[in-house]
Design a protein around this ligand. Structure first.
Ligand code: PLP
Length: 397
């Protein structure tokens, strides 16, 4: 029989994908399923971006490119960082990849030695700990509290720094909580990091354009001295509704980017040439559509947030992304149609089986007793799903 590598054995399958697959299966059986489990905008990729891709195909931009992206794309990425954050990066400090996820993979595989520690605030994006483990590292989880809006504190992060710490991960707006780290808190975290020069930072800014309060900023823009040990992870998936196109882009210290480029050269090679052409149009083009998307998302957030809190499924107001992360602790121990609800996993499973509403258990994000609701679904379906959820909760014994 097949022998698996110990590193793969240590990995958990993506829980969000598992719930989404189960929802798909039920749908295929003819069930009326509302997936609040998806991590992608429900909008279409804007027309000017799609047109640029079609043009690229017709004009023969269909060959291998430089591993880290075309000159045009890298220039567009450089302009983006300068425009949005006042950060200047040279050409060799920038890299385009096949999705933002691969940037994280490349950074960890390129830098971690066996047993190196990576600090990850929880709730975290499902993939972080598994990527770290696959690369031989040890995830060090720091819990954040709902009562503090799920924003990490400098003190709590500093408390777990050891000689073995290599990286600190930050993600704002956050998946799964929607939390935005305010600029003042970033400054505190940055000041703290100045005392620990051996710790590098990976800041995952992929939801930066989806924020409903203050504009989102990024650590090296707030504490410029950290630019020389910070990797910015970003991508086209969320801001331009381009999840299927697979385009990530990052910026960081030149030696790190060179190491990551070397790795990509032996793994994925360049991201799709057609996708890169679309990425140029996305980054250089009009961003007016984002205002409309943000106002739609914000209205949905307000709807979901207030309904959930009315049901006793408490959550803080998320400042960005398209997720809310309520507690289901008030229903644990109660009886559902499928037996006792002992965990967030039981809650989500019974909710899906009984009502067709798919949400992801908080355990997957390192936060048992919670669940993640994505509101990247049309408003009518959201209203229906909230009614079904309320009925389910009220009906528990
Ligand atoms: N980072 C976070 C926090 C995410 O939620 C996602 C996607 O769900 C990604 C990174 C990676 O996105 P992609 O690989 O589509 O660029």
């Amino acid at each position: 029989s097949l022998i698996l590598s110990p590193r793969l054995e240590a990995m958990a399958p993506s829980a969000t994908m598992a719930v989404t697959q189960k929802a798909r299966d039920l749908k295929a059986q003819g069930r009326d399923v509302i997936a609040l489990s998806v991590g992608e905008p429900d909008f279409d990729t804007p027309a000017h971006i799609r047109e640029a891709a079609k043009r690229a195909i017709d004009e023969g931009e269909t060959r291998y490119t430089a591993v880290d992206g075309t000159t045009a794309l890298k220039a567009a990425i450089a302009r983006k960082f300068s425009r949005d954050h006042g950060l200047d990066y040279a050409d060799d400090a920038i890299m385009a990849t096949s999705g933002g996820k691969f940037l994280i993979f490349a950074a960890m595989l390129a830098t971690l030695r066996e047993g190196d520690e990576v600090i990850i605030p929880a709730p975290y994006w499902v993939s972080y700990p598994d990527i770290v483990r696959l690369a031989g590292g040890v995830p060090v989880i720091v819990e954040t509290k709902a009562s503090e809006g799920f924003v990490p504190s400098a003190e709590a992060l500093e408390a777990v720094i050891t000689e073995k710490t290599r990286w600190l991960f930050l993600n704002s707006p956050n998946n799964p909580t929607g939390a935005v780290i305010p600029k003042a808190r970033l400054a505190e975290i940055g000041e703290m990091l100045l005392r620990h020069p051996h710790v590098w930072v990976l800041t995952d800014d992929i939801y930066e354009h989806l924020s409903y309060g203050e504009a989102v900023t990024t650590l090296p823009a707030v504490v410029p001295a950290l630019k020389e040990r910070t990797l910015i992870v970003n991508g086209a998936s969320k801001a331009y509704a381009m999840t299927g196109w697979r385009l990530g882009f990052g910026a960081g210290p030149v030696p790190l980017m060179a190491a990551m480029r070397k790795l990509a050269g032996q793994a994925t090679s360049n991201p799709s040439s057609v996708t890169q052409a679309a990425g140029v149009a996305a980054l250089n083009g009009d961003h007016g559509f984002l205002d409309e998307w943000r106002s739609v998302f914000q209205a949905r957030r307000d709807l979901v947030f207030s309904k959930l809190n009315d049901m006793g499924l408490d959550c803080p107001t998320p400042g960005g992304a398209f997720y809310v992360f309520p507690s289901c602790k008030s229903v644990l121990g109660r009886q559902g149609p499928g037996g006792e609800i002992g965990t967030d996993g039981d809650f989500c499973l019974q909710l899906l089986e009984e009502t067709g509403v798919a949400a992801v258990p908080g355990t997957a994000f390192g936060a048992p007793g919670h669940f993640r609701v994505s509101y990247a679904t049309d408003t009518a379906a959201l209203e229906t799903s909230m009614d079904r959820l309320a009925q389910f909760v009220t009906g528990l014994g």
